[in-house]
Design a protein around this ligand. Structure first.
Ligand SMILES: Cc1cc2nc3c(=O)[nH]c(=O)nc-3n(C[C@H](O)[C@H](O)[C@H](O)COP(=O)(O)OP(=O)(O)OC[C@H]3O[C@@H](n4cnc5c(N)ncnc54)[C@H](O)[C@@H]3O)c2cc1C
Ligand SMILES: *[C@@H]1O[C@H](CO)[C@@H](O)[C@H](O)[C@H]1NC(C)=O
Ligand SMILES: *[C@@H]1O[C@H](CO)[C@@H](O)[C@H](O)[C@H]1NC(C)=O
Ligand SMILES: *[C@@H]1O[C@H](CO)[C@@H](O)[C@H](O)[C@H]1NC(C)=O
Ligand SMILES: *[C@@H]1O[C@H](CO)[C@@H](O)[C@H](O)[C@H]1NC(C)=O
Length: 510
């Protein structure tokens, strides 16, 4: 016990003042550190079975559904020990389960779409609360917002709203949850026009660590509202959320996809820098995605450069902006004007795309403001070199570049949310699907790649998007260098003093 206490104190928690001054919090922490009770499906069935709503399911590893029920996008971030899965059928089930876990010192983890891939998740043992059946989307009478339940994912929202002429801010991939991304900020193709997903929160129905259900908004628990717009995974389970929706802009999006050979690399990144400036992507040019990848039909040893632009409006307007890219001779290029749901297919981000499939990923990520062209060349060379060493990794290896328009995200008052990256414009990441014998090789490659990116911006501090973090980044790079962490930790002491929410890039670790 004593050594545990010492290590807790030694970790330099900003919570210390409240630990000292507010004595009731102290025992909670000690119990959380000391107790991690194992639990069986039978026990949970006995204790909770009758109180949960009809349709809720409780099962464990011996159930045939368990294998599927423990699937994740990255099999490397699989929790250490899911003892019981509970699939809730009603929002009210969530509070009952959490209260039960709290009273019995059992750990719990919310699951929506399983794309969370930080290594921190793999430490989890306990009850997984599957929110997947909570898929309600209710457009409000004024048509300016909708109530989204906690298990809604992008594909559902996009398809439900588009045909009626509306859009909601969501992530770009159809398969990805709505709240998982949103609680960390929430990037998507509409952020240039309407801000991050979380910038569009009106109010959240939240279950706290002790099972108390509360409303979190600018008027109610406003301190927590600030925290949950950027660091929300650390504070509660959102059973549903009122989020703004908008009339769609144009009736079609224009996309233009290019495949370039490596000798065009400098021209492409120079054109991107000119086009993007520092955070100057036009609002309607929702996103441009790029990648280095091996396309075996073109070359088995030399990665190509693929770029996909998406514009909320007609071809003529978009192509004016794309003229500099049209001037770079491409191996191939395709373009069209399509509905928003079809745009996801064109950008290979739809729910059936390869990007949504489950793999043993190893990765790394950072934010950038602009591209350092010689550094992208260095990363490119490293990519081909590593593929030459292990050609079998080629199908699952990518360097990704994401340039979201940030016009509206920059216009929003940074003090309105804990999201700390409004001055970061380009999200880059590396991912390789690697079998266990090649994990070390893949890790070294991922680390080297991100080191080149870090070195590419002399004088700038590391910045990491919480939802892309792989789990080895400094916490300040994720949550901000301007005191956000101490403010968040004070709110932790207030709303989650036992630190039950500590599985996803936790702000308090022990
Ligand atoms: C293919 C792919 C595409 C992506 N695209 C985007 C994108 O376009 N924009 C973007 O911003 N990010 C994107 N991400 C990152 C994404 O934001 C995170 O992976 C996010 O955690 C996924 O949420 P989930 O519900 O799918 O995953 P889960 O693993 O189910 O959840 C992730 C974390 O969120 C918590 N959580 C989930 N739902 C709730 C809830 N209702 N209340 C409280 N906590 C909850 C979970 O407990 C867990 O800690 C993408 C990731 C992948 C793998
Ligand atoms: C979650 O529940 C859904 C809906 O019942 C189910 O299809 C899915 O396999 C479950 N997944 C996990 C990880 O529990
Ligand atoms: C789309 O939005 C832009 C910028 O706000 C505006 O100029 C344009 O008219 C809109 N188009 C439609 C079809 O509403
Ligand atoms: C590009 O990165 C290199 C390090 O690889 C660095 O020395 C150089 O200053 C960077 N250039 C700019 C413009 O930041
Ligand atoms: C639950 O936690 C909240 C926030 O810490 C607290 O205000 C509330 O009193 C707690 N409820 C119970 C029943 O302990």
């Amino acid at each position: 016990m004593h050594s545990r206490v010492c290590s807790l104190l030694a970790s330099g928690l900003a919570l210390l003042p409240s630990l000292v001054s507010s004595s009731p919090i102290v025992p909670h922490y000690f119990r959380a550190v000391d107790v991690s009770r194992a639990v069986s499906p039978k026990q949970v069935q006995n204790d909770l079975g009758r109180t949960l709503s009809k349709g809720a399911l409780i099962f464990g590893p011996s159930n045939p559904a368990f294998a599927e029920a423990t699937e994740r996008w990255s099999t490397r971030s699989m929790p250490a020990d899911i003892q019981v899965v509970i699939e809730v059928a009603q929002e009210s089930d969530v509070a009952k389960i959490v209260k039960y876990c709290y009273q019995n010192s059992i750990d719990f983890l919310a699951y929506s779409r399983g794309h969370g891939s930080s290594s921190t998740i793999s430490k989890f043992r306990g009850i997984e609360i599957n929110l997947s059946k909570l898929t309600g989307i209710t457009i409000q009478p004024d048509k300016k917002s909708a109530l989204f339940q906690g298990g809604v994912y992008a594909d559902l929202s996009i398809k439900k709203l588009w045909n009626d002429g509306y859009i909601a801010p969501t992530g770009s991939n159809g398969c990805v949850g709505l709240l998982g991304p949103a609680l960390g900020g929430g990037l998507g193709r509409y952020q240039g026009q309407h801000g991050l997903i979380s910038d569009n929160f009106i109010s959240l129905n939240v279950v706290l660590a002790n099972g108390t259900a509360i409303t979190v908004s600018a008027k109610s628990n406003s301190d927590l509202f600030w925290a949950m717009k950027g660091a929300g995974h650390n504070f509660g389970i959102v059973t549903s959320a009122y989020i703004k929706i908008y009339q769609r802009n144009a009736s079609t999006w224009h996309y233009h996809n290019y495949v370039w050979s490596q000798d065009k690399l400098e021209k492409v990144f120079e054109a991107l820098n000119k086009f993007q400036g520092k955070g100057q992507i036009p609002a309607l040019m929702g996103v441009n995605f790029g990648q280095f990848s091996i396309e075996p039909d073109i070359s088995k040893t030399e990665a190509v450069i693929i770029w996909s632009f998406a514009y909320d409006g007609p071809a003529a307007d978009a192509e004016k902006l794309l003229a500099p890219f049209n001037a770079i001779p491409a191996i191939s290029s395709t373009k069209d004007d399509v509905s928003y749901p079809d745009l996801l297919v064109a950008q290979q981000t739809d729910i059936n795309s390869a990007s949504c499939s489950s793999q043993p990923y190893v990765g790394s990520t950072t934010w950038l403001q602009t591209y350092n062209v010689s550094s992208q060349r260095e990363i490119y060379k490293l990519f081909n070199k590593r593929i030459a060493q292990n050609p079998g990794l080629a199908p699952g290896a990518r360097v990704f570049f994401e340039g979201y328009s940030s016009k509206a995200t920059q216009a929003i008052d940074p003090s309105s949310s804990s999201y700390p990256h409004r001055d970061e414009y380009l999200l880059v990441f590396f991912a390789v699907a690697a079998p266990p014998p090649l994990e070390g090789f893949a890790r070294a490659w991922a680390d080297k790649t991100v080191d080149i990116w870090y070195a590419s911006q002399p004088g700038r501090r590391r910045a990491t998007y919480v939802n892309y973090a792989v789990g080895n980044e400094p916490l300040e790079s994720i949550y901000g260098y301007d005191g956000q962490l101490s403010r968040l930790r004070a709110l932790k002491a207030k709303y989650d003093p036992r630190n039950k929410f500590r599985w996803y890039n936790p702000i308090v670790t022990y």
